[in-house]
Every structure is written in C-alpha cells, then in structure tokens.
Design a protein around this ligand. Structure first.
Ligand SMILES: Nc1ncnc2c1ncn2[C@@H]1O[C@H](COP(=O)(O)OP(=O)(O)OP(=O)(O)O)[C@@H](O)[C@H]1O
Ligand SMILES: [Mg+2]
Length: 314
C-alpha cells in the first residue's frame, strides 16, 4: 500500500500522451481523406458544370476529359455525347439553311431577270411568252420546294399522321401503274409491273402513293428514252419487298449513301432541265420509316438503279 506509485503514474501519463497523439493523428488523417475524396468527386462535377454552362451559351466545341468507368465518368461521357450531337446539329442546320437559300436564290434570279426583259416594250410577243413560260416554270419549282420543305418540317415536328389501312398491295400498285403509264409512254419508255397473289399490307394509301410517285418520277427523270422501268413485288418470310428498278444513269458509289439526305443531288450543277429539289427521297424515307419499313438503294452507274422498300406483311 505504501509502495511508491511513480512508475504507474508515469505509465498512465505515457499512455495518455499516446492516446492524445493517436487521437490528433486520426482526426488529421480523417480531415485529409475527406478533403481528398471531396476534391476527387467535386473537380469532375465542377468541370461538368462549367461545360454545361458553355453549352447553354451555344459553345458546343467544349470537350471533357473523362477517365474511369464509375457513375461520374458515365455522366461525363453522356454530357460529352450531348455536346457532340449539338455541334453536329448546329453544323447541319447551317448547311441546310445555306442550301435552302441557294435553292431559292437561283429561281428568284431567273424570275427577276426574265421579268425584267419581259416587261420591255420593244420585244416580240412570242419572245415575251417564252420568258413568261420560264418565269412560270421557276415559280412552280419554288412552289414545289416550299411544299416539300413544309412537309419535311411537319414530319420533324411529328405533327404528321399516317392513317394505315389494310390494303391489297397488287391492286394498289396496279391503280398507280395505270395512272403513271401514260407519262412513261410519252417519253417512249415502258413501265412494267409484276405482282402476284394476295398480299395485304397496312399502309396509308395517300402517303404511299406519294412514295411510289417520287420513286417512279426519279426513274423517269434519270433514264433515257427506250429504257424500261419495273415495279416488282416479292415476299420474303413475313416481309414484302417493293422494288423499283430502272435502266437509267445510275448513281455513283460515293453518292449512294447520301441520296436520302435532304437537298442532296448527284448532279451538283442543279441544272434546270434534269434536277429536282433533292427532297423527294428524303420525304420517301420519312414516310417509309413512319410505316415501320426500311428503304435502300442499289445502283450501277451507267446501268441502272434499284430502290428497295421492305414492309411487314399483314
Ligand atoms: N433512279 C435514279 N437514277 C439515278 N439517279 C437517281 C435516281 N433516283 C435518285 N437519283 C439521284 O439522287 C438524287 C436525290 O433524289 P431526290 O428524288 O431526293 O431528288 P430530286 O429527284 O433531285 O428532286 P425532287 O425529287 O425533290 O424533285 C437525285 O438528284 C439524283 O441525282
Ligand atoms: Mg426525285
């Protein structure tokens, strides 16, 4: 009982000292860890915030360095994809507007020029009529362009409805054949039609007539006299293929992937006699896809073109 407790007191003092040291160290380490983790998490978030702010101001050229495969990296990749898509859309819109203004400027130049000549008093009546016909043709061209653009704009806004009805495909195509055959005969071309059996498809007849008219108009426009255009219908499992083939000029391989794009034309000179507006096939594609079908083109330059539409039967 009367023994000296100095050594125990010293040990207690030492232990206390150790506890305090360990305590301070662990608090310090926790603070460092928290600070480090929050920086690791917040830095990418801050970068993403800055990027989205730039995006909202219209700067779509911003790029984000994304590392890892966690949720934050996924979010970063999603924002990056959004920026790329927006940049692509901006570029496309710019090009589209440039093409539209070019498309409208050309006929307007003709109209203005010929109207100026036609109003002169010192020209022959016959000559005046010729100029007026050109003005009329150019106005028609512009009317078609504006109508097609309006239709495509409606398709983009999804304010375009298709009313599908059960249709006998062969009967539908036969009616179309009878309607268009005279135009082919007038150009000394023949239109063939092969459709066997009882094939039923669900289509919006008015819209689908527009599809076929566009394809046959191309076949007629881009073929020479004496050639043949055919409409073939084939069944494959539960699918129906409608093939429009011609023996016309064909489409070069490098142009083939682009012909369904808006305002795309192989003939870049946009000649008045041959060229259309380049919107026909874009409208065709939209309508076919709205029916749940697909369309593609196959062509050999100088030999002819095949446009193949695939629809589901029934
Ligand atoms: N059957 C075809 N044979 C050869 N070239 C074709 C054929 N169909 C389309 N093309 C090419 O594809 C381009 C795009 O066709 P699309 O029908 O969209 O436009 P377009 O015929 O020029 O104008 P639009 O149909 O609007 O009056 C055409 O300009 C033409 O160069
Ligand atoms: Mg066309």
């Amino acid at each position: 009982m009367f023994q000296n407790t100095d050594s125990i007191q010293y040990m207690i003092y030492k232990l206390k000292h150790h506890f305090i040291m360990v305590g301070i160290l662990s608090v310090f380490l926790t603070i460092i860890t928290i600070a480090f983790l929050s920086r690791v998490i917040t830095i990418p978030l801050i970068r993403m915030k800055q990027m989205t702010e730039k995006l909202s101001k219209g700067d779509f050229s911003v790029r984000l360095q994304v590392k890892g495969g966690d949720e934050l990296a996924e979010l970063g990749k999603a924002i990056q994809t959004l920026a790329l898509d927006l940049e692509f859309l901006k570029k496309e819109r710019k090009e589209f507007l440039a093409s539209i203004s070019h498309e409208l400027r050309t006929p307007l130049t003709y109209v203005k020029g010929y109207a100026d000549i036609a109003r002169r008093t010192n020209i022959e009546e016959e000559e005046r009529n010729r100029y007026l016909s050109i003005i009329y043709e150019e106005a028609e061209h512009m009317e078609k362009l504006v109508k097609d653009l309006f239709e495509l704009a409606q398709m983009d806004q999804h304010s375009f409805h298709i009313h599908k009805e059960s249709t006998n495909l062969c009967a539908f195509l036969k009616k179309l054949y009878d309607k268009l055959n005279p135009a082919f005969q007038a150009k000394n071309m023949s239109l063939n039609y092969f459709c066997d059996g009882n094939i039923t498809v669900h289509i919006d007849q008015k819209r689908f007539e527009q599809v076929m008219m566009n394809l046959l108009d191309n076949a007629l426009k881009y073929s020479d006299q004496g050639s043949t255009v055919s409409i073939d219908v084939k069944e494959k499992k539960k699918n129906v293929m409608i093939i429009v083939s011609d023996e016309g000029t064909g489409i070069p391989e490098e142009d083939l992937p682009h012909i369904f794009e808006r305002l795309y034309r192989v003939e870049k000179s946009r000649s008045r006699t041959k060229g259309g507006t380049g919107l026909g096939l874009a409208i065709v594609k939209e309508i076919v896809e709205a029916h749940g079908g697909s369309i593609y083109a196959d062509s050999i330059p100088g030999k002819g073109t095949k446009i193949i539409i695939t629809l589901q039967e029934g």
